[in-house]
Structure formats: C-alpha cells, structure tokens
Design a protein around this ligand. Sequence first.
Ligand SMILES: Cc1cc2nc3c(=O)[nH]c(=O)nc-3n(C[C@H](O)[C@H](O)[C@H](O)COP(=O)(O)O)c2cc1C
Length: 266
Amino acid sequence: MIFYFSGTGNSLYVAKNIAEHNNEKLISVAAVVNSSINHYEYTLKENELVGFVCPIYAWGPPKPLLDFINKLKLNNYHGNYVFAVVTCGSNIGNTMKIFTARLRKKNISLSSGYSVIMPSNYILMGNVDSKEIEKEKLSEADRTLLYINGSIRQKRKEFLIEKGRLPWLLTGIINPLFSKNASNTSKFYATDQCNGCGICEKVCNCRNIKVKEKPEWRQQCTQCLACINYCPAKAIQYGKATENKGRYTNPNISVNEFVQHQLQVM
Ligand SMILES: Cc1cc2nc3c(=O)[nH]c(=O)nc-3n(C[C@H](O)[C@H](O)[C@H](O)COP(=O)(O)O)c2cc1C
C-alpha cells in the first residue's frame, strides 16, 4: 500500500514505479483528503508493505501528507515494513526525522527512507533545470529507483538521504517559516494568455481553484505549483517571481494521467 502526494508528477512517477515493482496498490493522498472521507482507515494484509512518497517542500513534507498521517489508522499493522521516499531538486534536510516522529505518534515505525533527486519544479525562487540537467536527473533517478526497489524487496532497514548542508537549520528553522506563509495565494494570477481551459482547477491538490472565466484562488494552498506548471498556456504567474521562468512537469506523466490519479479515492 503506497500513499503518495505529487504536484508535478515526479513523486507520482516514483510511487507508480515502486508500486509496480512491488505489486502494491497506489493511494492518492490528495484524492482522499479532498473526499468526504474523514477517517483514513486501511486494513493491511499480512506482511504488506507501507510506503509514503512525496516531494520535499522547503526541507519538510507537504502539509496535506502530514495531516493525512495524523488521521491515519492502519488495522492489522504488526511491525510491517514501512518506507518513505522523498523526491527533491537537490536535498531534503532532516525530513526523515519529521516522518519518523509523526509515524511514531501513530505507533508506526519507519523502517527505511530514501531521497531521489529529480528535476526541480520550484520556480518561485530559482528556475527549472536546463533540458540537459533534467535528462541527467531523470536517468539517475531511474538508477536510484532500481536500488530502492531492490532494498524494499529485501526489507532493508536503512536511510539513504541527501540531507544538504545544515539540515537542522533547513528543516528546523526555514521549513516552519515556509509553512506559515505557503497557504497565501494572493500573488497567483492568470494573464491574458488564459483561455479558461480549467486544467489548473483539475490538477490543484487542495481543490483551491475555481475557474469562472479565469482561475480564482482560495486560501488552502500548499504551493505544490501544479497550477503554474501544468497550465498549457503558461498563463499563471506568482507575482513577478515566475515571469520569464520555465515550467516543469514530469515528462512520463501526462496531465490526464495526473488528474485521473488525483481523482481515484480508495
Ligand atoms: C514549494 C516547493 C518547495 C521546494 N523545496 C525544495 C527543497 O527544499 N529542496 C529541494 O531539493 N527541492 C525542493 N523543491 C523541488 C521539488 O521537491 C522537486 O522538484 C520534486 O521532485 C517535485 O515533485 P512532484 O513533481 O511530485 O511535485 C520544492 C518544490 C516546491 C514546489
């Protein structure tokens, strides 16, 4: 059973790959938290694997995933193998400590943790990677995934993580500042390029966008940047920060597949 969250397809790609290799089912956290289900209760088969796959947001896990874990109940959990895989542009700080602590509160023990470096989608600061770097990162990510799948099959207890420099500062100080401001959507707007196609509304992980003629944002954002990056007209901007910047979505996940996964509640 693999729970995943994804803004632009990298983590969905990784979650799908691990699910296929290990014959596990995929569960979209966004689909569940946006549904009318209030208790996130799942019954595990004997020895069933439990995985969490998500992107890193300012050196911490996405809030919707943490909220999901807070309400998660795993029936029949008897020390099953539990892993977390976090996709990132470069590093994840002390994120595994957050996962370990949150899961421990639910009496679930995190057996292993991995980071997978993938193309960056964070265009509010910095830009997308060049096409060459994007290609290199995607090939390297496939090699990392081969290793991770082998480790999961053997139920290795290990943490292979790119923490970056000063992980305590990144996760302990910068991440809480990010979390405080992330839900503010006042800087999002659509330019005249917008044709009201509604894709931004469909890909939004927080059901936070309503398209009338143009999109309007409410205040439930987690800054996954699906709206900006999936907009086919490149019409969505965040203040001046995203003007003249590239856009990124995982090339192996089409927008239709992304939306379909987002809607599947299991
Ligand atoms: C709000 C936000 C914050 C991010 N912060 C980090 C970060 O702290 N470190 C990093 O290496 N990448 C960071 N990234 C890049 C993403 O984690 C990375 O591109 C990830 O693979 C995207 O996964 P997804 O396509 O499943 O959404 C950030 C992206 C976003 C949108």
